[in-house]
Design a protein around this ligand. Sequence first.
Ligand SMILES: [Zn+2]
Length: 401
Amino acid sequence: MKRRKDQQQWAFGDGEGYADFLQKALTDTADRDVSAYFDAESPWYHVGVVHYLLRATIVLHRHAKTKHVKEWLVFSQQCLDVACATGPTLADSQGAGLPLPKWAEISRTSITSALRNNHPSIDDVRLVTTTEARLHARSFHSRNTIQVSALMREYLRTFNLCIWNTQFGITENLRKLNIDIELTRFVRVFIEHVITLYRNASPSSMAVIRAYSPEAFHWTQITTGIQLNFILAHEYAHIVLHGNTVGRDPQQEADADAFAATLLLGEPFRGAFGPTAGDIWMALDWLFGFIELERIAGAALNDYPIDWEQLSLEHRRNALRALIAQAGITGHDGNLAVIGSALLRDLKAELRTSHEQGSFHEYVTDWLDVFGLASRPHLPTAESLNKRRKFHDKYDYARRR
Ligand SMILES: [Zn+2]
């Protein structure tokens, strides 16, 4: 049945991050005394982190009209108010005060139920949230603890959404899609990402990506879920398999990858409506592509020598391809995976060109000039708005058309 135009969904809710936290904060009107925390290190960075996480719970459709965008901006302001009231209390490096994101609770339930028979003490492993952006997850055997980054999910979701948007654009409306513009935009998403990782800039200054369609959003959620399950299962694998060894060697990484992938291919992650082997293969292929790009862009930003090959990651990626291929991948799954992987390869080439031609560093300088470091958020002035307008005129191709 064809939906009437006015019933079209203009925004999508995302309940797997911090939507519950936001809901509770909005209904909890008790006064919060946060003054004690403002002496802490970079409280405004944490306001930016919380604002970013809360605002990400609603994603706009690319066809959202001006009134919808205005509603979303009001929503974003509410999120900022909550962030100002709660963010500074998170300044402690352990992220105390920020609960586990919803996805981590769901993922932990599935992982522990799959492992409990062979590893009865699996429930003793603690999961804690950190607001540290530069890691995905990390296990500490001596403390029987796994740290997960509160930001990881929203970062991955952004990258996945860029790919799914382009993928649906290619398959549904190739003539209208300008791949070069998509790639340039995607490169900038990565550059902004590494600026927030290495320059202490606020993630809430990053561009907000809209969804191409309900399907693009739906598949983004699925792909992101698989990647998160894998990352968490990989850390559980280190605790279960590797005990108290310090540092991880390549063999341990490969073992943890295989352990995690095998887990994802079995119950309770699969089942009648769960992801296919092809979905898992694709999501993990992209995940390794993101990690590769993150390392390359990070090195470029910091003026380190850049390892464009990233062979150690390539070995891990190939090992997974071989393992998951045995589980049976249909032709359709394979095709989709190929489009995404090709995009990521093009992206790497685009990143290399922009680095060699200097536009990479130009973008970093311009971005930092407009959005700056995570200091106290100011009300916009005429001068700062003018700066932003110039920045968007220079970089936002969609607005120029
Ligand atoms: Zn590892």
